[in-house]
Design a binder for this molecule. Structure first.
Ligand code: NAD
Length: 369
């Protein structure tokens, strides 16, 4: 059996700093849990532009298509702000998502008890929260045609975007949500606006079809997306997996993320269709960007990137118990009071550096044996 392969694209700004801590974690799993990966590294974003004049070299794209999972740090930075749109660092990331056809974006909103005070909601509402938002990522209103700004033939202009979903696009993301639910609390809530949008009616019908024909064992409910937003603030723990379209998912996943406090704690996964070996095409990355304001200062919180690797363990490598171990290690570090600056209330102690945080996670892993 060959080891599973992992392509690391650290990117720009704090990307390489947080990724260095993930490497410590990967090395620990190799040494102590006999979980070895064939790790390769390459460039993306501004770093790739500097080296090759493009934010994603064709060879890097080809490598990404041929590995079991890609782990990405972050892209972008002020140095690249004036570049032509076609070579901006973000285009590298968009190309990866598009060509790997990563249609299901998984955004967990998980609130570690030790960080419950960071939420803008009351502690009892968010403490131990653990929900997953599955957002359709490759279709819907951000891609539908016609689009553009045109003359309205009455002397003014009209801005047009089109919400469009096919049966296949809805069914495949619904399947991702039901599969996830089976590994978690076995509940899916589908959100759309079937009351005012035909695409919402089709969404509801197709999700129901997949449920009845393929996943009758999973509990399914439906909610209008606006009501869903209210319920997310009122009592988020009622949800397990939420599945929704690209536009509503964009809003709802950011909102759910903020229930939990800091950007430095939020992982994500983007999954596509299964490959020949049964594993889904997969890209794991922290939600945060390259944070140029703190880059190179040892201030970045590596937890979002470390937790993204935990998602890779669970969803690409079928190592659920080891993913649990890693998440528990992060939780222990926080409970012990080791915090990077973003996780400290002002005037409460000395912040840990990026590297100290990574070391503390590895020490907590070691203590878990
Ligand atoms: P950002 O996420 O980089 O930073 C927002 C704020 O959060 C900053 O104050 C930053 O210091 C802080 N922050 C972010 N991650 C942190 C971490 N791990 N630890 C501690 N603090 C952290 O968003 P931005 O400032 O709007 O964007 C900066 C650059 O990143 C831009 O070029 C943008 O285009 C790019 N960006 C990239 C991605 C990505 O790679 N997926 C996502 C968002 C933004």
């Amino acid at each position: 059996m060959t080891n599973p392969s992992l392509l690391i694209l650290a990117g720009d700004g704090i990307g390489p700093e947080v990724m260095a801590e993930v490497r410590k974690v990967i090395d620990w799993f190799g040494a102590k849990r006999d979980l070895k990966f064939n790790v390769s590294e390459d460039l993306v974003g501004g770093a790739a532009y500097d080296a090759h004049g493009t934010p994603l070299h064709d060879e890097t794209m080809a490598r990404a298509q041929n590995v079991d999972a890609v782990l990405l740090g972050a892209v972008g930075g002020p140095k690249y702000d004036d570049l032509d749109f076609s070579v901006k660092p973000e285009r590298g990331l968009l190309r990866l998502r598009k060509e790997m056809d990563l249609f299901a974006n998984l955004r967990p909103a998980q609130c570690f008890d030790a960080l419950a005070d960071f939420s803008s909601l009351k502690k009892e509402i968010v403490s131990d929260l653990d929900i997953m938002i599955v957002r359709e990522l490759t279709s819907g209103i951000y891609f539908g045609e016609p689009r553009g700004i045109m003359d309205d033939n009455e002397g003014g202009r009209v801005g047009v975007n089109t919400q469009r979903y096919t049966t296949n696009e809805i069914r495949r993301v619904a399947r991702s949500a039901f599969e996830l639910a089976r590994r978690r609390g076995n509940k899916v809530c589908s959100m759309e606006k079937a009351n005012v949008m035909e695409s919402g009616i089709l969404w509801r019908e197709e999700v129901t079809w997949v449920h009845q024909n393929e996943y009758p064992d999973v509990e399914l409910s439906h909610m209008y997306a606006d009501a869903g937003a209210m319920q997310l603030c009122r009592w988020p723990k009622q949800f397990d997996v939420i599945v929704t379209d690209n536009l509503f998912g964009d809003l709802l996943s950011d909102m759910a993320a903020m229930l939990t406090g800091s950007l430095g704690m939020l992982p994500s996964a983007s999954l596509g269709a299964p490959m020949e070996n049964g594993r889904p095409k997969a890209l794991y990355e922290p939600v945060h960007g390259s944070a140029p304001d703190i880059a190179g200062q040892g201030k970045a919180n590596p937890c979002a990137c470390i937790l993204s690797f935990a998602m890779a363990l669970r969803y690409s490598f079928d190592q659920g118990p080891e993913a649990d171990r890693l998440e528990a290690a992060v939780e222990k570090v926080l409970a012990d009071g080791v915090r990077t600056a973003d996780l400290l209330q002002s005037g409460t102690g000395e912040p840990a550096t990026t590297s100290q945080m990574g070391d503390a996670v590895v020490a907590a892993l070691e203590a878990s044996l």
